[in-house]
Design a protein around this ligand. Sequence first.
Ligand SMILES: [Zn+2]
Length: 191
Amino acid sequence: MSDQIMDIFLRTGALMEGHFVLTSGLHSGKYFQCAQLLQYPDYTEFAARELLLKLSPLQVDLVISPALGGIVIGYEVARQLGVRSIFAERKEGPLVLRRGFKIEKGEKCLVIEDVVTTGGSTQEVIDVVLANGGEVAAAGVLVDRSGGRANFRYKMASLIQVDVKNWQPDECPLCKQNIPFDKPGSRPIKR
Ligand SMILES: [Zn+2]
């Protein structure tokens, strides 16, 4: 089953190989851009279904995601569960609920995100749930590239786990080979 998922990541260009500068400033030979997969509703539907299979059994009142990356997959997961979907967003500082979104006291929340690298934004969403009186039922993510570092005390599932090596610029083997940088989205993997 995860082969089929990996296949979709490669085919849609959601997983790319090359030489990338991550937003952290680190260099990497792989880049994930889940939006490439999430632009296809049928693949998104499939990915959400597979993620829910991994999380079941599950009883939740709502799905909450961090903006922007988590919104599309969070919405599709919520649609399949028949519950509402909200998101937390950042203006300045930590993620917060805006737009009139509310979590009622005791509501069971499913946290859904596209990619977990350090787990920072997932933890922030968990904090938002708890600060608003909700309960965290579980967390689900499409891609866990944390190498096992993301651990939230809650039931957690990911569709694929990848241990992607990142390097400091002065230690990057791709730089040493003078391999030019790729822009994410410019070079999807061909099968
Ligand atoms: Zn490099």
